[in-house]
Design a protein around this ligand. Structure first.
Ligand code: SF4
Length: 299
C-alpha cells in the first residue's frame, strides 16, 4: 500500500473519530428519545414526572442550541470491527482514533476528563495512557472498518459491579445480584437508563459483555430466547423497586435491561452489571477501504 493511501485512510479514521465523539454527545438516538418519551407517559410519581419532563426539555434544548445533552463528555470508548483486508493497520487506526478524540475535544471545545490515575493531573484532551479505550474485533474476508463511539459518563460508570457467583447460586443468584446492584446505586447513575448485564465467560469478559449490552439500541432483545426471557424478567423486577427517575422514587427505574452471555467454566458463574445513564449516547460509522465514510447510528 502506498504512503498516500495510508495517509488518506489515517485522515479518514481521524475525522471519523472526531465526528462520532461530538455527534454522540449532542444528538441522542431516536430509540432512546422514544423510550424517554414513553417513560414520561407512564410515570405516575410527581417527582418522577418532573425529572422526566426536565430530561425531555434538556434534549430539546440540546437540539435547538446544537449543544451537548450532558456536560460530562465521559471517556471516549470505541468498538472497532476491522476487516482483514482493511488497508490500515490497527496500530495506526488506534493512533487516528486518539488524534480524532483529541482534535474534537480541542476544536469544539469539549470538557477534558482525562487524568493520571495516581497524580490526578490532566493527561491530554480526553486522551492519555490507554485513553481512549478501544475494543477490537477482526473480521475475515472483508476490507471495511466499522467504528462505534460510546462516550461513558462517570456517574453511570462508577456504578459498575462484578460478582463471582458460584454455580449453586444459579439464575436466582444472578437476578439477586442485579437487583442489589441497581437498588444500591439509587440515583447515582442518573436513572432511568439501560442496565447492561454480562454473564458467563471470566471476570473480565463478563464486564466486557455488560458493556457490550449497554451499547445496544434500547429495548432490543438477545437472540437466545432463554437470555431474552431473563432480560424481560429483570426489566419487570427492576421497575418494581421504586427507585424511580434520578432515585427520587417512581415507576420507571430502568428503560431497558440488556443481557449478553458467554459459556463459562463449570465451576464459574460470573455476573457483571454496567449502568448506562439516561444520556445513553452512541454513534457509528463505516469506513470503506477507499476511505469513504458513511455515518450510521448503529454500524
Ligand atoms: S451519568 Fe450520564 S447523565 Fe449523569 S452526569 Fe454522567 S453523563 Fe450526564
Amino acid at each position: 500500500m502506498s504512503t498516500a493511501v495510508r495517509t488518506h485512510l489515517y485522515a479518514a479514521v481521524e475525522d471519523t473519530a472526531a465526528h462520532l465523539y461530538v455527534w454522540a454527545l449532542k444528538d441522542i438516538p431516536q430509540d432512546l428519545r422514544d423510550a424517554l418519551a414513553s417513560a414520561a407517559g407512564r410515570e405516575t410519581s410527581v417527582p418522577g414526572q418532573r425529572v422526566l419532563s426536565t430530561i425531555l426539555k434538556n434534549v430539546e434544548v440540546a437540539d435547538s442550541e446544537r449543544n451537548l445533552v450532558c456536560q460530562d463528555t465521559g471517556i471516549a470508548v470505541y468498538s472497532c470491527r476491522v476487516g482483514e483486508g482493511f488497508p490500515l493497520h490497527p496500530a495506526r487506526i488506534y493512533q487516528a482514533l486518539k488524534a480524532g478524540t483529541g482534535r474534537a475535544t480541542v476544536e469544539h471545545p469539549l470538557r477534558s476528563n482525562a487524568v493520571h490515575t495516581l497524580t490526578r493531573e490532566n493527561t491530554g484532551p480526553n486522551t492519555g495512557h490507554r485513553l481512549p479505550i478501544v475494543h477490537w474485533e477482526f473480521v475475515p474476508d472483508w476490507d471495511g472498518l466499522d467504528v462505534k463511539c460510546v462516550p461513558k459518563g462517570s456517574g453511570s460508570e462508577n456504578m459498575s459491579f462484578l460478582k463471582m457467583c458460584v454455580p449453586a447460586d444459579g439464575v436466582k443468584g444472578i437476578k439477586q445480584f442485579v437487583l442489589e446492584s441497581i437498588v444500591g446505586a439509587g440515583g447515582k447513575p442518573c436513572p432511568p437508563g439501560i442496565v447492561g448485564v454480562g454473564i458467563g465467560g471470566s471476570a473480565d469478559y463478563a464486564m466486557h459483555l455488560a458493556k457490550e449490552a449497554i451499547a445496544r439500541p434500547v429495548g432490543t432483545r438477545n437472540p437466545d430466547p432463554l437470555v431474552a426471557a431473563l432480560e424481560g424478567e429483570l426489566y419487570e423486577l427492576l421497575n418494581e423497586t421504586g427507585v424511580g427517575p434520578m432515585g427520587l422514587g417512581g415507576d420507571v427505574t430502568v428503560l431497558s435491561v440488556h443481557v449478553e452471555h458467554a459459556d463459562t467454566h463449570m465451576t464459574l458463574n460470573p455476573v457483571a452489571v454496567n449502568y448506562q445513564c439516561w444520556a445513553a449516547r452512541r454513534a457509528s460509522a463505516h469506513v470503506a477501504a477507499d476511505g469513504t465514510v458513511t455515518y450510521e447510528r448503529d454500524a
